[in-house]
Design a protein around this ligand. Structure first.
Ligand SMILES: C[S@@+](CC[C@H](N)C(=O)[O-])C[C@H]1O[C@@H](n2cnc3c(N)ncnc32)[C@H](O)[C@@H]1O
Length: 206
């Protein structure tokens, strides 16, 4: 891992103890609904990238073959606790999304929730997803991005260094542009909260 990746990984190790508490207001307001929205469509051999403390694990259905990765061992430890408690079968692996240890075309589906705000080199991570997802496979992402509204976007730019330092997450990422820059061509975007939280569905044509 390079220095920048190591720095962000350590931030998530640091925040792992309080992540679920910090995130709870968002969970109640809307995240729970979006987690259900993503997980209900999963089929076949599935990869969750950036599983974190395992907030999506309760919603995994029993008919999928699921692997989940995260580069923070301490976030993963929390995910392991949840999986054990809920008796959910999931292979949890410490791995960097920018350099995944999976063969090309391994997964039918890949999904993320609030991850590409943090991946240090998002285009590199998205290119890796393109590689390890099968041709004609499906990628579903729920991600918060920079608002294109002038004032809100500017406020996000101003506060971004603070959230990166505290947490490891950028609030001003242009994730839809990053998806396109990673080479994906068939991309459907739906706004979930204003223009900030988006559902991005990608059909992996390659
Ligand atoms: C904001 S948290 C979201 C966690 C979870 N997906 C959720 O919905 O609660 C972002 C997660 O992405 C992970 N992450 C960020 N960059 C990563 C990378 N390059 N490789 C693997 N995991 C990464 C972080 O460790 C963290 O657990």
């Amino acid at each position: 891992m390079n220095k920048e990746t190591e720095k962000i990984r350590r931030r998530y190790d640091r925040v792992s103890k309080i992540y679920d508490i910090l995130e709870q207001p968002m969970e109640v307001m809307s995240l729970k609904k979006w987690r259900l929205e993503v997980t209900k469509d999963l089929k076949g051999k599935v990869l969750e990238v950036g599983v974190g403390t395992g907030k999506n694990i309760p919603y995994y259905t029993d008919d999928i073959d699921i692997t989940a990765i995260d580069f923070s061992e301490k976030m993963l430890a929390k995910a392991r606790e949840k999986a054990n408690k809920l008796n959910k079968k999931v292979e949890l692996i410490q791995m960097d999304a920018q350099n995944m240890n999976f063969a090309d075309n391994t997964f039918d589906m890949v999904f993320t929730t609030c991850v590409f705000c943090s991946v240090p080199d998002p285009v590199k991570g998205l290119k890796e997803i393109r590689r390890i997802c099968k041709s004609n496979g499906k990628i579903i992402m729920i991600e918060h991005v920079r608002s294109e509204q002038k004032v809100i976007g500017l406020v996000m730019d101003i506060f971004n260094p603070l959230t990166v330092n505290l947490y490891g997450a950028n609030i001003n990422r242009r994730t839809v542009d990053n998806v396109k820059n990673a080479g994906f061509t068939k991309v459907e975007v739906t706004n979930l909260t204003g223009d900030i939280v988006k559902k991005i569905v990608i059909y992996n044509e390659k």
